[in-house]
Design a protein around this ligand. Sequence first.
Ligand SMILES: Nc1ncnc2c1ncn2[C@@H]1O[C@H](COP(=O)(O)OP(=O)(O)OP(=O)(O)O)[C@@H](O)[C@H]1O
Ligand SMILES: [Mg+2]
Length: 609
Amino acid sequence: MAVVTDKKTTSVYNFDIQYELLKKYKSANGWFWSAFKRYPLMYLFGTIVFGVSTYLATKTTALIGEALDYLLIEGFSTNFNKTIGLMIIYVAISWACLSSGAYVWSIASFRVQRDMRQEFYDVIQDHSMAFFDVNDSGVILSMGMNEINQIRMAMHPGFRMLMTSIFSIVITTVFLWQYDLIIGVAVAVSFVVYLIIAWIYASKVGPIRRKLAKDLADLSATSQEMFRGIDVVRSFDNHDKEINKFGHISNEYALDMKKEGYLSAFYWPALITIVFTAASFGYGIWLVIEGSFSIGVFISVLALLMALSRQNFMIPMRLIMLQAGLQNSKRLWDSMAFKDPLTQPEKPVESEWNKKISFNNISFAYPSTDKKVLDNISFQIPAGSRVALIGGPGSGKSTILKLLLRLYDPTEGDILINGVSMSSMHTSHVRSNVTMVEQDIFLFSDTLKANISFAKPDATDEEIGKAAERAQISQFIESLPNQYDTVIGERGVTLSGGQRQRVAIARALLSNPKLLLLDDSTSAVDIKTELRLRKAMDELMKDRTSIVVTQRLTTLVAADMIILMKKGRIVDIGSHTELLERCQDYQFMCQYLPITNESVASNDVGGRN
Ligand SMILES: Nc1ncnc2c1ncn2[C@@H]1O[C@H](COP(=O)(O)OP(=O)(O)OP(=O)(O)O)[C@@H](O)[C@H]1O
Ligand SMILES: [Mg+2]
């Protein structure tokens, strides 16, 4: 019967990642600025040494005029030498501070990038299939790589340089203030106005930046798709079309880059600083003529003003970098904050999976559409039965299996496992009891050993060998030079369809599930492969409840119960003989099933394939 568990605190039930993250950082901005909370000491050290470095650099600039005045009045005097000596010391310390600060700041920022990327992957891979139905894998990939990188660049070098610019401007203003109140006040006021305009201007670049991030994601999604499906592209001789498609997206990206480049290049707020520097220059000359400024002070003021306008020129680029980081963190945050229709129960309940399974008035529509693909279906599966699902394409067979793996929850109705509703169970509990051999088999670009032991990484070589043997694939594997350590190509392309299916069966055998779901929609295989597959499937179905989507007559004949589907509804349920007797649809279907020669079934199926 149902066992109530409260495993929220244990590591087995890792389902609070999204909740915890959203609660901790609250918003995209909160997540972005959390960098400072993550490594506070490193960022604090950076901030302090940047302050010291900027102060000393400004002080050195101011000393130029002082040294000049000594030189003009006293010649190469002790005062002159002292000032020059001081300038050298200040420059050395300033350089040391700047370099060490930049180093520590960059380490902290790369750590933040690593942490954020991990959080992004943790949350995204925890989303249910509803998320992946509406989000392209190439786009997600680009988010996790390019966009996270831009977030880091906003912090380092973007924010770091912005901060040093602001330090420099504030310190320079104070210095100028000391020379002349009017220049000081004017600098302060014009800088505030400049900063406001610069921020508004940078915000204009924001939407273009967002579009650029999307373009880049589309570009990476298209290229990923093109290379993954390279065999299809080649076989249909479609590469011109694919190249055009890629070229079109690439062009769009280039055009948006141009727009962004234009906005950044003709950055009119910078005019303010040019006008202001010119005005201060004129005012300074007037002060020299009037006698309030010495030549040295005038030179110092001029040097400080030049430094100031250089900093001002750099601010926009840094603000744009910051904007890009904020925009990208918003995109990533929105994906992380995806409202999943499949939720984990507060108090998860467990059940016994080797008992009765009931579908009670189940209706289902995929979250991305409104179309009902299962319409009010009900059936009961007694413990340990072999069930065969049959029906036309798109009739909802694979969907039934997906519901049993709790990849989605039914829109209406309840699936009961030994009387316990599946929606009250944690997905980890479901998946530790149910294994699916999917219709479109996916194998990792890894060794055969790693692929077979995927669900049980601690399996011994002996267990792996045994599973492969039962799955009728051991002879083939042992004939390879590297045997179980053979690395298979991306998506297992170096294996034939039948071999891939048997590797997947070995993987399922090793996970030893209570409920087995087998989506075996392939029918057209040669007799030898068919026999091997059947033997492997028989091994897999032994001693457990199994639900198999099949078009194999032998599997249908051997099934305890056949469920015949049509357009999301159940047409009839019964054994092969019963259905053959009473169900016209079944009779019709059986006429077109591939029939294997039963006499071959008893033959030896050894030899490698
Ligand atoms: N992820 C999805 N998002 C939206 N609709 C989907 C999704 N997967 C399947 N469908 C739709 O649901 C319906 C049932 O699909 P399902 O895969 O269950 O059919 P099936 O009986 O397994 O067909 P086949 O024999 O071709 O494998 C189809 O109309 C299909 O287009
Ligand atoms: Mg299917």
